[in-house]
Design a protein around this ligand. Structure first.
Ligand code: ADP
Length: 479
């Protein structure tokens, strides 16, 4: 590939060529079977003749779909790297110009270069910036974009079936692309790249750790399980921040703890030396301790990684890290009982406030978790999980990714019914949280005292206290 790249450089200076792209599939982790699909694309370059002889149409374009940071760009580079071909890249937002004709001429220049330096991969980032359905934007801006898109279509068609210039584009919105773009011969192959799961995250961390001085005994699994919901870009960042941490401390090896701390920074911001009055420390400690103490009673939520009241740049006061199955939660696959348990945990701060400070002087420290409880209770009713309201769910569609509820045709009568049923569930769970807290006063006091003193409790420290003072009694409520 080096020779090919050099030859390309001698001719004239191509603007869009990325030099020294040396990415291999082994640099991309956590993709499972998706990798096989991309290996096939490499074969279109390396075994193009064989495909053509057998009458297989080589796709003109491949669309990598997925959220930002999952490695779409990295994968496109790896395809070029593995095939040993040139890599041309542009972000579609660079196509979109105010002056009519500029975008279109950039597209032409890009493909001209790619052709002169073939075989090559053309990578278009954020295709949706230019590929939105035509005619949707009025005025000259829209006209310009349409002209650019038309030019792109012409260029894509020019390479159909040849297999020496393959276009790879990335988008997070395949649904809004102009239908002409996804017609056969153009971007007719879509590959979806989801956020990595537990094992995927571990593998991504390991790939980035390869070039770093890691301690022998680093527990990648522990870090992976603390980073649910994160994408490759964030995981790569964690390894970088951990390395900085090590250097700052004058050490020579990165430890599990460096990685865990970096994960916290990635998730919640830097530690912040905020001043708090002794009363505030205590109140925040009660808030967080209550969640942890209630959660430890429930099988799906008891996997507590740590409890902290150390202030961070983010806006929460404290934090209980529960190792919940993130996918299960965001995809709405929690069981009926787990959802009730979750609601109960979210109500624990409010219950603790009442028990420790009395109705008369309730604070608002718990308002966010109480909101979580309310919306989870509505989800419970809407999902048809409450026996009283099976049929209601037919009127709703749950947006599973955002755990948000969209309303369709709906009348206020049902709205009221749902709210009153949700309130009933919230009340039952609230009472349950109070009972658990009362049963565990000793444990609460111990956790609160330790938190005020040390600001953070590790998993071992927390479960040590549970062992000593806890009186765990799972009692499923009757709903
Ligand atoms: P996208 O194009 O999907 O927004 P990128 O490919 O630009 O994401 O990812 C940014 C960086 O994050 C990469 O350069 C790489 O360091 C890291 N990264 C993302 N996904 C992965 C992965 N699956 N394996 C290894 N590193 C990854």
């Amino acid at each position: 590939s080096g020779a090919r790249v050099r030859r390309a450089q001698n001719k004239r200076l191509p603007q869009y060529l990325e030099r020294g792209v040396d990415v291999k599939f082994s640099d991309v982790a956590g993709l499972g079977k998706i990798r096989l699909e991309l290996e096939e694309i490499v074969k279109f370059f390396t075994h193009g003749e064989m495909y053509r002889r057998r009458g297989v149409r080589i796709p003109g374009g491949i669309l990598l779909c997925g959220p930002p940071g999952v490695g779409k760009t990295l994968l496109a580079k790896a395809v070029a790297g593995e095939a040993g071909v040139n890599f041309f890249s542009i972000s579609a937002s660079q196509f979109v110009e105010i002056y009519v004709g500029v975008g279109a001429s950039r597209v032409r220049a890009l493909y001209q270069e790619a052709k002169e330096n073939a075989p090559s991969v053309v990578f278009i980032d954020e295709l949706d910036a230019v590929g939105r359905e035509r005619g949707l934007i009025k005025g000259s801006g829209g006209q310009e974009r349409d002209a650019t898109l038309n030019q792109l279509l012409v260029c894509l068609d020019g390479f159909e079936g040849r297999g020496n210039v393959i276009t790879i584009a990335s988008t997070n919105r395949p649904d809004i692309l102009d239908p002409a773009l996804v017609r056969p011969g153009r971007f007719d192959r879509k590959i979806f790249i989801p956020k990595p799961g537990l094992i995927g995250r571990m593998e991504i961390l390991q790939v980035h750790a390869r070039k770093k001085p890691m301690a022998e005994d680093v527990d990648y699994m522990a870090v992976a399980s603390m980073t649910d919901g994160m994408v490759g870009a964030e995981l790569a960042n964690i390894v970088e921040v951990a390395a900085i941490n090590m250097i700052r401390d004058g050490r020579t090896e990165i430890t599990t703890d460096d990685l865990l701390q970096a994960a916290q920074i990635e998730e919640r911001g830097m530690l912040d030396r905020k001043e708090r009055s002794p009363e505030t420390w205590k109140q925040v400690a009660i808030n967080e301790a209550a969640m942890a103490v209630v959660a430890v009673n429930f099988p799906d939520l008891r996997n507590i990684e740590f409890v902290t009241i150390a202030p961070r740049a983010g806006r929460e006061l404290g934090y209980v890290r529960m190792k919940m199955d993130h996918i299960k939660f965001t995809e709405g696959m929690l069981s009926r009982q787990s959802l009730l348990d979750h609601i109960t945990v979210q109500l624990a701060p409010r219950a603790a406030d009442e028990l420790w400070f009395g109705e008369g002087q309730l604070s608002t420290i718990w308002s966010e978790t109480a909101d979580n409880a309310r919306s989870a209770a509505r989800m419970f009713v809407l999902g048809g999980l409450s026996e009283k309201h099976h049929g209601l769910s037919n009127f709703w569609v749950a947006d599973r990714i955002n755990v948000r509820i969209h309303r369709y045709c709906f009348c206020s009568y049902l709205e009221k019914e749902i709210d009153s049923e949700a309130l009933r569930i919230v009340n039952i769970c609230y009472e349950r949280a109070k009972v658990i807290l009362q049963q565990n006063r000793k444990l609460m006091d111990a956790v609160v005292n330790e938190l005020v003193e040390k600001k953070s409790l590790t998993k071992q420290e927390f479960f040590g206290l549970v062992e000593l003072h806890g009186s765990l009694q799972p009692m499923p409520p009757s709903i």
